[in-house]
Ligand binder design. Structure first.
Ligand code: 5AD
Ligand code: SF4
Length: 444
């Protein structure tokens, strides 16, 4: 019987959540986690297909996994190698062609079947690969075992998939159409997480603010309703939601930033580009004025709120003028954190076959200019925190003895040296130092 498993996760928070649910399933069946790949009888890669680089990483990892598999075989140990997640949905045939030693490949909507597949593989002597890439009619969430907190901060998936079809994006193809979990199921999972040590819940969805789950009476409810219900739960200290689509930020959701004490004053709201022409070519349902208007409303609802975003530079047809419009948005919103990427052609998406592709050199230059500006604002904000007292949730041990790493309400990493047992607690800290990427402080 194969006992130990190792999971490596690429990509977004949804993948981190999925990996922890896969781990729950395996643990329930008696498997045990290991952080050492060499020790693992089952090796699982949970993959991301969003940009070419992310997908290519899988193949180098698979190459290494094959070598380890052969070394283990020499001492009579069998290894099962599995690939799950978005690359499977998009390229299962390529995986099996380039890495035929892979035992199973399972798409993001089918991972509740993994333990069944493992049982079948265990009973077979001959190598055979299992591929499961259906978009099932029944939600996988109904088949997953109960989960417990992994620490003081937990992710909770409430929505999956996307109907927006931004022209650059693979998500609608890899995660399928939008699906929202019923209100009752979300509350049950939240209560269980809170009962097992969670203080902060981050509700997740590819398009989280288009949530439209059914309530206990069969009525469709939006994210604002769900956040209000979650905010009432005993023991919840912090609430966040990721990732939102600008056109789906309705007034009730904006009002949550005024009315819900537990909702953290930090919001990730990707704009992608500041140019209306490019936004249109991206098939985004907002222009830059709509986006800035939403932010104005959000700042009015909670003046302490700060923003983060995703950006793509070098989308097909992007001119210097379009790029300058993106810089203008950055200068207006003054993001305190952001993710920015060079446009990556993804097979099967409309933008991949657009004729006016931007040269790699230009993409690189623009990315550097944008990132320098974003880092400036990030550093300015971090430095402005020096001298302030902030509640910090400590969730990780640092490298040195007595060092703890936690998160501020603004998702900044903050380090302290302490003799107290502050792990998994929210503690007031005075910020003493700040760099672009992190803060240091001491307990009050
Ligand atoms: N190329 C570059 N960046 C992309 N993203 C999504 N698709 C692509 C692509 N083809 C970025 C977007 C999105 C984030 C998760 O990844 O900015 O918000
Ligand atoms: Fe991609 Fe657009 Fe869906 Fe975000 S909203 S995942 S960018 S298609």
């Amino acid at each position: 019987m194969l006992k130990k498993y190792f999971i490596k996760t690429f990509g977004c928070q949804m993948n981190v959540y999925d990996s922890s649910r896969i781990a729950d399933m395996l643990k329930k069946e008696g498997y045990e986690e290991t952080a050492k790949q060499q020790e693992a009888d089952i090796v699982i890669f949970n993959t991301c297909h969003i940009r070419e680089k992310a997908a290519e990483k899988l193949f180098s990892d698979l190459g290494r996994a094959h070598i380890i598999e052969q070394e283990r075989a020499e001492s009579g140990k069998r290894t099962i190698i599995g690939v799950v997640g978005c690359v499977v949905q998009a390229q299962d045939d390529q995986i099996m062609k380039r890495a035929p030693f892979v035992d199973f490949a399972v798409g993001p909507l089918m991972y509740h079947k993994i333990t069944e597949i493992l049982q079948q593989i265990n009973h077979r002597k001959e190598h055979e690969n299992f591929v499961l890439t259906d978009f099932p009619a029944i939600s996988k969430f109904d088949f997953l075992p109960e989960n417990k907190s992994q620490g003081a901060c937990s992710y909770l998936a409430i929505q999956e998939g996307c109907n927006n079809f931004c022209t650059y994006c693979v998500v609608p193809y890899t995660r399928g159409a939008e699906y929202s979990r019923p209100v009752k199921d979300v509350l049950t999972e939240a209560k269980r997480l809170l009962a097992t040590g969670t203080l902060e819940i981050n509700v997740l969805g590819q398009n989280v603010n288009s949530y439209h789950g059914e309530d206990e009476n069969g009525k469709e409810r939006d994210l604002a309703y769900l956040l209000n219900r979650l905010a009432e739960l005993d023991g919840l200290k912090r609430l966040r939601y990721t990732t939102s689509y600008p056109a789906d930020m309705n007034d009730d959701l904006i009002a949550c930033h005024k009315n819900l004490r537990v909702l953290m004053p930090y919001l990730h709201l990707p704009v992608q580009s500041g140019s209306d022409r490019i936004l249109k070519a991206m098939n985004r349902r907002h222009n830059s004025a709509d986006y800035l208007k939403i932010i104005e409303k959000l700042y009015k609802a909670n003046p302490d709120l700060r923003m983060s975003s995703d950006f793509i530079v070098g989308f097909p047809g992007e001119t210097d003028e379009d790029f300058t419009a993106t810089l203008d948005v950055v200068n207006q919103v003054k993001y305190i954190q952001a993710f920015s990427f060079k446009y990556s052609r993804r097979p099967g998406t409309p933008a991949a076959v657009m004729e006016n592709q931007v040269e790699e050199k230009v993409k690189k230059e623009r990315l550097e200019i944008l990132q320098n500006l974003l880092f400036d604002y990030q550093e300015k904000f971090n430095k402005s925190c020096i001298g302030q007292t902030m509640p910090v949730l400590f969730e990780q041990k640092g490298r040195h003895k007595g060092q703890l790493i936690g998160r501020t309400p603004y998702m900044q990493n903050l380090h302290i040296e302490t003799k107290r047992d502050n792990m998994n607690k929210i503690v007031d800290v005075v910020v003493t130092e700040a760099t672009t990427n992190s803060l240091s402080g001491r307990e009050v």
